[in-house]
Design a protein around this ligand. Structure first.
Ligand code: PHE
Length: 341
C-alpha cells in the first residue's frame, strides 16, 4: 500500500502538468485534493491500516498532500498568467480604447428660460424678489381677495400639509403680498420667480408642479396701458417682433380688470393643435391691475397708488420657443430630453 501511495503521487503530478486552463485545474483539484479527492481519501484510510504502519504511512501521505498543494498553486499562477496574455493578444481587452466619458450635466431648459425672462425684465427695471414655496392659506388666498368658500379656489386646489392652513403655493401671487409689505409705501418693480404646485389632472399642458414668474409694479399713475405696453415689449423680446400677441378679458379675484395674454402657437403656426388645444393660441400669462383690496392688504392706499401684476409660465414659454409638445417632459427627469438643450 505504500506503492499505491507513490503511484497516486505520480499520477496526480502528471495530471497536474497536463492541466493547462482554469477548467482543467478545477477538475484536477476536486479529483485529488477536494473533499472526495483521491489524496484526501488515501489520508483518511490510515485508520484501516495495521497499527505498526500507521505512523509512517500518515507521514508520507501528508508530505504528498503538501507537495501537491504547492505544485497546484504554482500551476494555477502559470495558467492565470497565460490566460491573461492570451486575452490581451486576442484583443478581448483593448487597452488603447479611450475611457467612457462621464455624463455631463447642463442647465435645465426651464431654468434657461427663467434666466432669459429675468434678463428681459431686468432691462426694464424689475428686480428679483424671492419668496417661499410653502405658504399659508392667508397669503395664498385670503389676502389676495379669495375668501374661504370663493369658487375661484377650485382653480387653485393644492397640496395640503398636516399642519392646518399650511399649503404649497398654487401661484407666485402670494409673493405680491410679501413684496408690498416689505416695501410699502415705496414704489415697487419686481419679478418673483419660483415653483408652484396644483392638484391637477396631468395632461400635455398641465402639470402638478411648474414655475411661474410673477411681476408687480406699484406706484402713482400706473395704468392699464402701462401693463399692456410692458407685456407687449416683453413678448417682442422673448418671441420676436413678428409673433402675434393678444390680450383677452379674464377674471382673477386679485386684479381688476383682469386679462390673459396669448401668443400665437408656434407648433401649428396658429392653425390649432393638441398643445394649444385647437385654438391656435397659447396662454402665457394672466395679468391685470392690482385690486384695491390687495393694495390695502399690502399696505398701500388705493386712492393714491395703483399698479399692475402678471404671472407667466416659463415652461409654456419654453414649449413655444423650442416646439416642445408635452409639458410632462420637464420634470420626468429623462436625460434624453434634457440633453437636447
Ligand atoms: N396667479 C395667477 C395664476 O396663477 C396669474 C396672475 C398673476 C393673474 C398676477 C393676474 C395677476 O393663474
Amino acid at each position: 500500500m505504500f506503492e499505491d501511495l507513490e503511484r497516486l503521487y505520480q499520477a496526480a503530478s502528471a495530471a497536474l502538468a497536463e492541466s493547462k486552463d482554469s477548467a482543467a485545474l478545477e477538475a484536477w483539484e476536486s479529483a485529488y485534493l477536494g473533499r472526495k479527492g483521491a489524496v484526501t481519501l488515501a489520508l483518511r484510510a490510515v485508520g484501516n491500516l495495521p497499527k505498526a504502519d500507521r505512523a509512517a504511512y500518515g507521514k508520507r501521505a501528508n508530505e504528498i498532500r503538501d507537495a501537491l498543494e504547492q505544485a497546484y498553486a504554482q500551476q494555477a499562477e502559470l495558467v492565470r498568467a497565460h490566460e491573461l496574455a492570451r486575452q490581451l493578444e486576442s484583443g478581448a481587452i483593448d487597452v488603447t480604447l479611450p475611457g467612457l466619458r462621464p455624463l455631463q450635466g447642463g442647465i435645465h431648459p426651464a431654468t434657461r428660460t427663467l434666466r432669459e425672462i429675468a434678463e428681459i425684465w431686468r432691462e426694464m427695471g424689475f428686480q428679483i424678489f424671492r419668496t417661499r414655496e410653502v405658504e399659508d392659506d392667508q397669503t395664498n388666498f385670503e389676502l389676495l381677495n379669495i375668501p374661504e368658500h370663493h369658487p375661484a379656489r377650485d382653480m387653485w386646489d393644492t397640496f395640503h400639509t398636516t399642519r392646518p392652513g399650511v399649503i404649497l403655493r398654487t401661484h407666485t401671487s402670494p409673493g405680491q403680498i410679501h413684496a408690498m409689505r416689505r416695501y410699502a409705501p415705496k414704489p415697487i418693480r419686481v419679478i418673483l420667480p419660483g415653483m408652484c404646485f396644483r392638484y391637477e389632472q396631468i395632461s400635455a399642458r398641465k402639470e402638478i408642479q411648474f414655475n411661474q414668474v410673477e411681476g408687480l409694479a406699484i406706484g402713482e399713475n400706473i395704468r392699464l396701458s402701462d401693463l399692456k405696453g410692458t407685456i407687449t415689449a416683453f413678448a417682442r423680446r422673448m418671441f420676436g417682433a413678428d409673433r402675434r400677441v393678444r390680450f383677452r378679458g379674464s377674471y382673477f379675484p386679485f386684479t381688476e380688470p383682469s386679462m390673459e395674454v396669448d401668443v400665437e402657437c408656434i407648433l401649428c403656426g396658429g392653425k390649432g393643435c393638441s398643445v394649444c388645444s385647437g385654438t391656435g393660441w397659447l396662454e402665457i400669462a394672466g395679468c391685470g391691475m392690482v385690486h384695491p383690496t390687495v393694495l390695502r392688504n399690502g399696505g398701500y392706499d388705493p386712492s393714491r397708488f395703483s399698479g399692475f401684476a402678471f404671472g407667466m409660465g416659463p415652461e409654456r414659454i419654453t414649449m413655444l420657443k423650442y416646439g416642445i409638445t408635452d409639458i410632462r417632459y420637464f420634470w420626468a427627469n429623462d436625460v434624453r430630453f434634457l440633453n437636447q438643450f
